[in-house]
Ligand binder design. Sequence first.
Ligand SMILES: C[S@@+](CC[C@H](N)C(=O)[O-])C[C@H]1O[C@@H](n2cnc3c(N)ncnc32)[C@H](O)[C@@H]1O
Length: 259
Amino acid sequence: MSRTAAQIEELRNKVQQIESWYHRIDLGDGVETPGHFRMTDYLAHYNFPERMDGMRVLDVGASTGFFAYEFERRGAAEVVAVELPSWDAHDWTPRYRRGLERRPSSEKETVEREVMRDGFTVVGEAYGSTRVKRIWKAIYELSAAELGTFDLVFSGAMLMHVRDPILGIQRMRDCCKPDGRLIVSISTTMPDAKEPIAKFVGEWNQCNWWQMSPACLDRVLHCCDFTTIDHRSTYTLQDVTGQFHDPTYVCHAFPGTED
Ligand SMILES: C[S@@+](CC[C@H](N)C(=O)[O-])C[C@H]1O[C@@H](n2cnc3c(N)ncnc32)[C@H](O)[C@@H]1O
């Protein structure tokens, strides 16, 4: 797609109007979203199929959309990107939630527009996207009865924000085709050792609950009816400043065929 100088300027302005970007995304013509994480640098660790032609893909916790649009670029027939309907819909602690309720609604609207909505839309428009659709739901609300089943379900760096990650994984399992797969990444400071360890990391003013060791996530996936775990990978996610380091575990989980 070739853009005129005026279109490039317009795109640059739209990107600049959004203060908070999660992903750093190359939109072409020298325009890049000023996000914290350049996920293209880490794509090899996710072992996504090179081509996704014909696939239905569910991206749970899509944020500013790097992965959803990457799946479309790889040929996915349909990408359903799931994001929370509002900032309040996070699994906050009761104390943090009381504070949120006292904040002016204009402040909440700005956060929701800038952090949760507009970035994803601007990227989609810039790419001329036609096969990515966003829906507003918490992970707990995902169901095959409503959404159908998917060849690939992806959850990147979000299960630590979920109070009940096991229920979340069960919901994602429900949305997997029998011959599909779930690809999960989690942040974990724990080594890839044999013992399955879950650590509570909750703080009243954060939306972080559990850390799982790689073996723990594998066991949880088995308990949630995935029989095979493959493409296990660990890497350290860094932000673009190099100051933030987040050890990350990624794996693919395949549903079983037996009862
Ligand atoms: C750290 S970002 C990860 C973005 C992207 N998946 C990636 O891997 O780069 C986590 C995303 O999950 C979303 N999220 C948090 N809790 C959620 C929940 N309970 N259900 C659905 N999405 C949630 C957040 O709003 C945010 O967009």
